[in-house]
Ligand binder design. Structure first.
Ligand SMILES: *Cc1c(COP(=O)(O)O)cnc(C)c1O
Length: 389
């Protein structure tokens, strides 16, 4: 029986998978079981930020595996202290909670927002509503599905968690009309990822922060996809010139080992007290070792500058292709609008021709490894150009 047959016999079919068994990776290319090479413009949905098996990253994870792989959170580890201190230095947030995924990081943010209001305004104030944006994506747990502002996700699993209100992105009047004294937080993605690579307008973001500051409403930024260098600054909030009360990270921050991080500012860092939250695997030493290797590399000024330049290079080359109507996004988070072709069809054709890309709504989505080379960009884009013609 083939790998795929055995896989499908025993693993739930919750994904539309391509018939590709990846066996190993090298640099920015993945190699299949039957020895075919694929240039990877998807990075495992933006997680393999240093490509496959980066030497320093792999050394750090392997070394940690041979030292101590897990301790539970009843004890301390040096590697978690080192990773937290580095993240703190790079992001300006002094405290954080470690989980294992984007959804978990957002669950933590939701709990902080609700408890912040509970502690300050009391239970009777019922100040527990969170405004999220239409077309957002915040995860697959019941709470984060409820937070996700897309009707298609609100099926089957009733009842969903109450306490979420959806407002239109880039429409400050709509958001303002939904604010009342039951709202404890507004949750945003600076660039909606799964929703179609749509950046928020600077004026909208400024409006959100202004309204929230006035009413003691917390701002939560879901940077699960946009964070850890993806857009050319370590946090995308830096480009908008704002500091959310809470920022969540996951996907690319540990280079392909599972981690979710909830960063909280001075106002929120003391909200979760002993016994109010936890995670068995959260802050796992392997994840922290991988994360530290990624953040050490990615947070460098030159490295971040190159992400911006490579993003511009992608845009320029894509702009020269006749089928491309336009390119949205920031840095190395790119959403390509096509003139006539169907994005998922192009995605499938790219796969057949040795290039891995993603889609988001009706756009092609690229989240290449942050250390991709210009030669690799050229080779990948040449495949894309041929496929579209
Ligand atoms: C992927 C993603 C999530 C969910 O992360 P998981 O690790 O799959 O739980 C949440 N928010 C955003 C913006 C994402 O892109």
């Amino acid at each position: 029986m083939s790998t795929i047959e055995r896989f499908n016999e025993h693993v739930m079919s919750t994904y539309g998978r391509y018939p590709l068994v990846l066996e190993k990776g090298q640099g920015r290319s993945a190699v299949s079981e039957d020895g075919r090479e694929y240039i990877d413009f998807g990075s495992g949905i933006g997680t393999n930020s240093l490509g496959y098996c980066d030497e320093d990253w792999a050394d750090a994870v392997c070394k940690q595996a041979r030292a101590v792989q897990h301790t539970s959170n009843y004890y301390y580890t040096k590697v978690q202290a080192d990773f937290a201190a580095k993240l703190s230095e790079v992001t300006g947030y002094d405290k954080m909670f470690f989980g294992n995924s984007g959804a978990e990081a957002n669950e933590c943010a939701i709990k902080i927002a609700r408890k912040y209001s509970f502690d300050k305004y009391g239970r009777d104030a019922k100040r527990y509503n969170i405004i999220t944006l239409v077309n957002s994506f915040h995860g697959r747990t019941l709470a984060t599905l409820s937070a996700t502002g897309q009707d298609t996700f609100h099926n089957y699993f009733f009842p969903f968690l109450e306490g979420f209100i959806y407002a239109e992105a880039n429409n400050i009047d709509d958001l303002r009309s939904k604010i009342d004294n039951t709202v404890c937080a507004v949750m945003i993605e600076f660039v909606q990822g799964e929703g179609g690579v749509n950046p928020l307008d600077k004026s909208f973001v400024d409006g959100v922060f202004e309204i929230c500051a006035e009413k003691d409403i917390l701002v939560i930024a879901d940077e699960v996809q946009t964070g850890a260098g993806r857009t050319g600054t370590f946090l995308t909030s830096e480009q908008y010139g704002v500091k959310p009360n809470i920022t969540t990270l996951a996907k690319g921050v540990a280079g392909g080992v599972p981690v979710g991080i909830c960063l909280a500012d001075e106002k929120c860092s003391g909200v979760l007290t002993k016994g109010t939250h936890g995670s068995t695997f959260g802050g796992n030493p392997l994840a922290c070792a991988g994360g530290l290797a990624v953040v050490n590399k990615v947070s460098g000024k030159d490295f971040l500058g190159e992400i911006k330049e490579k993003g511009e290079y992608f845009r320029k080359k894509l702009g020269e292709m006749s089928e491309v109507e336009g390119v949205d996004g920031l840095g190395l988070m790119l959403g390509i609008r096509l003139k006539t072709k169907d994005a998922s069809e192009v995605c499938g054709k790219c796969f057949e021709n040795g290039l891995l890309v993603l889609t988001a709504k009706n756009k092609l989505r690229l989240l290449p490894p942050l250390n991709i080379t210009y030669d690799e960009i050229d080779r990948g884009l040449e495949i894309l150009r041929r496929v579209m013609e």
